[in-house]
Design a protein around this ligand. Structure first.
Ligand code: UDP
Length: 235
């Protein structure tokens, strides 16, 4: 296996499945199966989950809400999603721990780096909720930060699109997919992979990112096995 320890980033929206809001239990179960397939191969799996299916601070701010207040709501939304994902994973026989960047001790462990690494070594899936714990950040930034902290080999960004394209493939028929691309080229071409803070943090720490379609069964195992699906962003 080319990767021993991975950080999987899942957006909150991905959990909606075909719904307009909230969490689709079938989608959760599909994701749990995918995660189990990687765990069964001995891969250490950490996950950062978003909260966009429930609340985004910026959406609140655009309607006059205090941004920091809204971001706190968004961070709590990621904890809700983390709990749902933890439950689905445990239904599939995967041992998990949820660690939150915001203290919420009755519900989740606090984020403690060494503890997280120990859980991973023991084969437990660690789900990081609460983003970075700070307003004005995103869960993409949390994903890169946690990946660096726990010394993950790669960030796997599971999306509904199967990689990075020259333009939006859902709008432009002529869009062409990249198999590989450098960090510099992503910036030069103005492509959208993650927000700039997250992306440059990954670049500065030489942490590769693979963008792939998480909604096709079997894909996570293919990516961790080194099969060339999705797009890999490297130095
Ligand atoms: N958030 C935050 N700090 C963080 C991570 C998230 O304030 O470190 C808040 C922010 O309001 C964000 C929301 O939580 O809009 C949900 O996260 P995100 O938008 O990254 O979720 P995703 O798009 O991945 O579902």
């Amino acid at each position: 296996m080319p990767y021993k320890r991975i950080l999987l980033k899942l957006s909150g929206e991905a959990l909606m499945g075909n719904r307009q809001y909230g969490i689709d239990p079938e989608r959760l179960a599909e994701y749990a199966k995918e995660i189990k397939s990687a765990v069964d191969k001995g891969i250490e799996v950490a996950i950062v989950i978003g909260g966009g299916n429930i609340f985004r601070g910026i959406a609140g701010a655009s309607k006059g809400m205090d941004r920091v207040q809204g971001d706190h709501m968004g961070m709590l939304a990621t904890v809700i999603n983390g709990l749902a994902l933890q439950s689905a994973c445990e239904d599939h026989g995967i041992q998990t721990r949820l660690q939150s960047a915001i203290k919420i001790n009755e519900v989740a462990e606090p984020f403690i780096r060494r503890k997280a690494m120990r859980h991973l070594e023991k084969g437990r899936v660690v789900i990081f909720g609460g983003g970075t714990g700070n307003p004005y950040f995103t869960t993409d930034s949390a994903a890169v930060l946690r990946a660096i902290e726990i010394e993950a080999d790669v960030i796997l960004k599971g999306t509904r699109v199967d990689g990075i394209y020259t333009s939006d493939p859902e709008k432009d028929e002529g869009a062409r997919k990249f198999d590989f691309i450098t960090f510099d080229d992503v910036l030069r071409k103005g492509l959208k992979v993650m927000d700039t803070t997250a992306f440059t943090l990954s670049q500065e720490n030489e942490l590769p990112i693979i963008v792939f379609d998480m909604n096709t069964p079997g894909n996570l195992l293919k990516v961790v096995s080194g099969e060339k699906i999705g797009t890999k962003v490297n130095l």
